[in-house]
Design a protein around this ligand. Structure first.
Ligand code: DLL
Length: 431
């Protein structure tokens, strides 16, 4: 099913909506936020200079520091009394990045989530368990209202308390799980430990995963372990939260809700817009938000756009799975590698499970990478020879596929840390 007619407009129609809304948005920020006015004046741009979508690339970028420098509400284009909700992204140091919503923004958000969950195959018969943390994080509240809007029965368990999650899942007949992919893996494992077979004893048939990246190999592990159809959706607090893009049942990329978000792909080092289809940093302009519109926001996420028609009938452009973030890329002795590429190699090795940890150290001037990876089961532990062989195979694969030389430590099942929210699998001790 397709939730809204905007998902199937032709290019001309969608671009007309984008241009009208872009012009309105640029005028809005210029008139209402002195910080933006100064920034545009500096770039020599006035709102009336935006005459076509091509003019978008002349507008200055917005970056996370712009939000930080205006903490907490400095970039809002409406007075505080019109804000009905705030969320914030944690940030590892200092103050969080605060985002705000008007009543209309919340309605837009709900509609966009209704679109992406419908796209993934959810409907009013679903019992949807939301295992994202409820709080300042946008994930839980975002999915919550959209799933209610399509008429699903929402079970707001929040994250954590995993055994109880599983009990409720069984008792309520949960059919749909919302979480990070890493938490989905963890719940699956705890269920097995409790003697519950997720495939035959739970009814979860659809996964709506997001908030962090995951590879195709990880998707396979989740699908197999749960007996479910695992889909992924993408978003970011600053842009709205989840609801920017989502996978349809064709699983050929994530459809971007283009009537609300205009995507561009840039070369992260020069800032130049790249031709259609090329890989680079995703830049998004929000064109329907009231409280916190963002012009050319640099997401730091690496992907590419696909404009060909999708099997599902939607005309919305698709973005490929996020490959990594510009600030996540590891440079190991001059070789650039994303943790997702390492994950792909590891998870394609039959004997190992989906839990791993990448540790980067610097010895003198040399970077050393060490990977702790869990065995799928304990059967190999008795044979030193087999373990040794497996270690060599993984090392060889990483070397040939990615060109990195890593020390591999095979560890027993259940020894590495598990995650209830976004996973942290890279420990970079170089700084
Ligand atoms: O993670 C919003 C969200 C919640 C999206 C739940 C989907 C589901 P932030 O906490 O601001 O917002 O983190 C945004 O998370 O820039 C990406 O690097 C990463 N991310 C989110 N979804 C995906 C995904 C939410 N499907 C940051 N694949 C983004 C890869 C993702 N990375």
């Amino acid at each position: 099913m397709i939730w809204s007619k905007e998902e199937t407009l032709n290019r001309e129609e969608i671009e007309k909506i984008q241009l009208d809304r872009l012009q309105e948005t640029v005028k809005r920020i210029y008139d209402k936020v002195p910080y933006y006015k100064a920034k545009m004046d500096e770039a020599g741009m006035k709102p009336e200079d935006v005459k076509s979508l091509d003019d978008l690339s002349d507008l200055p970028f917005t970056v996370k520091d712009d939000l930080r420098n205006n903490y907490p509400f400095g970039l809002f284009t409406v007075p505080k009394k019109e804000i009905v909700r705030v969320h914030a992204s944690s940030g590892t140091t200092g103050k969080p990045t605060v985002v705000g919503y008007t009543r209309k923004d919340l309605n837009t958000w709900t509609e966009l989530i209704a679109r992406i969950v419908t796209m993934a195959g959810a409907d009013s018969t679903d019992v949807a368990q939301i295992a994202f943390g409820y709080g300042l994080f946008t994930g839980a509240f975002g999915l919550h209202y959209g799933l209610e809007r399509i008429g699903a029965m929402v079970v707001p368990t929040s994250s954590g308390n995993t055994e109880k999650q599983i009990m409720l899942m069984k008792d309520f007949g949960t059919t749909l799980l919302v979480s990070t992919p890493s938490y989905a893996l963890h719940i699956m494992e705890v269920a097995k430990k409790m003697g519950i077979d997720p495939v035959n004893e739970l009814d979860v048939k659809l996964g709506l995963f997001g908030g962090e990246g995951s590879t195709e190999a990880m998707r396979e592990q989740i699908q197999k372990g749960w007996g479910m159809f695992a889909t992924e959706n993408y978003g970011m607090s600053e842009l709205i939260g989840p609801g920017v893009a989502g996978e349809c049942e064709a699983l050929k990329g994530l459809h971007i809700n283009e009537d609300h978000f205009i995507p561009e792909i840039i070369d992260p080092s020069t800032g130049k817009v790249l031709p259609p289809g090329e890989k680079g940093e995703l830049v998004i302009t929000t064109v329907s938000k009231e409280a916190l519109p963002l012009i050319r926001y640099r997401t730091k996420d690496i992907t590419r756009l696909m404009y060909e028609k999708c099997d599902c009938g939607r005309t919305l452009v698709r973005m490929a799975k996020i490959e990594g973030r510009t600030d996540d890329m590891l440079i190991i002795r001059g070789v650039n590698v994303f943790p997702s590429q390492i994950e792909e190699v590891l998870l394609n090795t039959k004997e190992i499970g989906p839990h791993y940890e990448i540790i980067v150290n610097r010895k003198g001037y040399l970077d050393k990478i060490e990977i702790n990876v869990e065995l799928e089961d304990t059967s190999l532990l008795d044979s030193y020879g087999n373990l040794d062989k497996l270690q060599l195979t993984i090392r060889h694969n990483l070397k040939t596929v990615l060109g990195i030389d890593a020390k591999i430590n095979l560890v027993e099942p259940y020894t590495l840390k598990r995650f209830e929210g976004k996973a942290k699998r890279v420990i970079d001790n170089r700084n």
